[in-house]
Design a protein around this ligand. Structure first.
Ligand code: TYD
Length: 133
């Protein structure tokens, strides 16, 4: 079963500015094995267009904004990621597309597994077959 939800991250602010801690078991429902960030996405470029067999992720736009489209095989939802305290948690086989990147957008992604190209489902029809079974 796939699952996704928004996680509102608590901002620890003081007069110096803002800070958000992310800690497994506290405000993150998995142990982190990998962190990557997506930035300098060129104008008009759309990214993603894949699902994963087995991956948990938390995606945060720490700067700028983009639209994150999630498709579970039955419905599609577009979520605007535009705040450093808005985390999108993804678990299981979900098709994702990322669009409308602002030029300053920095998406940080925390994941519970190392990079594996074998974990990718890049064909939408194959994705549908997997989720419908
Ligand atoms: P890709 O997953 O295609 O990114 P997007 O879906 O956002 O366009 O990854 C882009 C490139 O980066 C691709 O050559 C694979 C590589 N990559 C890694 O080496 N390690 C990683 O953890 C990720 C996510 C990608």
């Amino acid at each position: 079963m796939s699952n996704y939800k928004l996680i509102e991250l608590k901002i620890c602010g003081d007069k110096k500015g803002s800070l958000i801690p992310i800690e497994p078991g506290v405000n993150l429902p998995f142990k982190i094995k990998r962190v990557y960030y997506i930035f300098d996405t060129k104008k008009g470029v759309e990214r993603g267009f894949h699902a994963h067999f087995n991956l948990k992720q938390l995606v945060i736009s720490v700067k700028g904004s983009c639209d994150f489209i999630i498709d579970n095989g039955e419905k599609r939802e577009s979520i605007k990621l535009n705040k450093p305290n808005k985390g999108l948690y993804l678990d299981g086989v979900l098709w994702r597309e990322m669009k409308n990147f602002s030029s300053d957008c920095v998406l940080i992604v925390l994941a519970n597994e190392l990079y594996s190209k074998d974990d990718y489902i890049k064909d939408y029809k194959k994705f549908l077959k997997i989720v419908k079974n």
